[in-house]
Design a protein around this ligand. Structure first.
Ligand code: AMP
Length: 381
């Protein structure tokens, strides 16, 4: 299918063309017509499937074609995201697609001064991308009213629930008008998420794309058995390979992330970390440096990494194996995006073997083992 067959207006087609997208992704094929026809949508899809454009494009189209120009600009579309990074990325996409549409965008999140956000609100905003905490703050201070919302998107609903945002979300939803179009996206469809979908959505179209047990097929996966102490040496060894153009390295803890950055810099490898204890500025700086290739290695914890979207990320390295098997699938979904090959390398110590077993069970196959590396750790099972 071609984008031209999706009944999108010309400025959007131009923006898509400029971005270099050739054909719609499966979720875009299904979601764009459904949203354009006014339906609610339940999308089960991970980051990397093109889900942001799947809701951003039709929302922008409906906002443009159905604009009531007599009114002062009211917030007409609200997109809720669990983290600041994800909110920024969604905004960036809206920004690119809305070129030439006369749409005002605002991103609302905590950890930074609220002044620029409230000033923008006073000038009028059409589309707001927000994290729940700051949004509620601004509502309570009287800066934002949600009574003119026509489009509401809840992105990464599973993550929202994990992060304990359920009460904030309920408070926000209570302020929305009943007549609205709602879209809910989630990487998994747990009973909690399904519950939320059925209470929030009215006769939705469901697009189920990403059974979490199946990692993206363009990602080659390898496991290295290595002792915990030797992991830092193995990492430096792996990074010698020129094919590793960019690596997102995962650790389980913030301290672990800092330690990896230090160990790498001792070995002359530039890296930075992104985790919950870092200020918003420091996180954005690190992500920017990684995106524009001034650092090759970004070390992240799971929560901080959620939604990191780097085009053509070549490698994901699990410096530590996650305790939850599903987290493994999320992590490696950061690479192998949009038809580019990616590789996921996992460093497994003796203590982590049981986590690896759970991953094998979830993905229903055994990850290939690399036997020929200098730090092989032989275990007796
Ligand atoms: P998302 O799932 O929204 O996080 O998108 C993942 C990545 O795919 C982003 O970098 C998008 O810019 C890119 N993308 C979205 N739609 C397409 C498409 N139709 N063709 C190629 N890349 C796309």
């Amino acid at each position: 299918m071609k984008f031209e067959q999706l009944s999108l207006i010309e400025p959007l087609l131009q923006a898509i063309h400029k971005k270099g997208y050739l054909i719609p992704t499966p979720i875009q094929e299904k979601a764009i017509p459904a949203i354009l026809s006014g339906k609610d949508l339940f999308g089960v899809a991970q980051t990397g499937t093109g889900k942001t454009a799947a809701f951003a494009l039709p929302i922008l189209q409906l906002l443009t074609t159905e604009r009531d120009r007599t009114q002062r600009r009211n917030v007409r579309a609200l997109i809720l995201a669990p983290t600041r990074e994800l909110a920024s990325q969604i905004s960036e996409e809206f920004y690119v697609y809305s070129k030439g549409l006369n749409i005002k965008l605002l991103t609302v999140y905590g950890g930074v001064s609220q002044r620029p956000q409230t000033q923008a609100l006073q000038k009028g905003v059409d589309v707001m991308v927000a994290t729940p905490g700051r949004l509620l703050d601004l509502i309570q201070q009287g800066y934002i009213a949600l009574n003119k919302i026509e489009f509401f998107v809840l992105d990464e609903a599973d993550r929202m629930l994990d992060m304990g945002f359920i009460n904030d979300i309920k408070k926000i939803i209570a302020k929305l008008p009943n007549r609205r179009q709602t879209m809910l996206f989630s990487a998994t469809s747990s009973p909690e998420v399904k519950n939320m979908a059925s209470s929030l959505l009215d006769n939705p179209v469901t697009v189920n794309l990403a059974p979490v047990a199946s990692p993206p097929s363009l990602v080659s996966q390898k496991v290295y058995h290595v002792s915990q102490e030797n992991k830092k040496l193995l990492l430096a060894h792996v990074l010698q390979d020129e094919l590793v153009t960019q690596a997102l390295v995962f650790t389980r803890t913030k301290r672990g992330a800092e330690k990896v950055v230090k160990d790498l810099s001792r070995q002359g490898i530039k890296a930075d970390a992104i985790h919950g204890d870092k200020s918003q500025n420091a996180r954005e700086k690190a992500l920017k440096a990684f995106k524009n290739n001034s650092i090759r290695v970004l070390v992240a914890t799971d929560v901080a990494s959620r939604g990191i979207d780097v085009d053509r990320l070549s490698h994901v390295i699990n410096f530590e194996i996650p305790e939850e098997a599903e987290t493994y699938v999320h992590r490696i979904g950061r690479t192998g995006r949009a038809e580019h090959q990616g590789a996921a390398l996992s460093f497994c110590s003796g203590n982590e073997r049981m986590y690896l077993k759970n991953i094998h069970k979830l993905i229903k196959h055994q990850i290939d083992v690399v036997h020929s590396h200098p730090f092989v750790n032989i275990h007796k099972n």
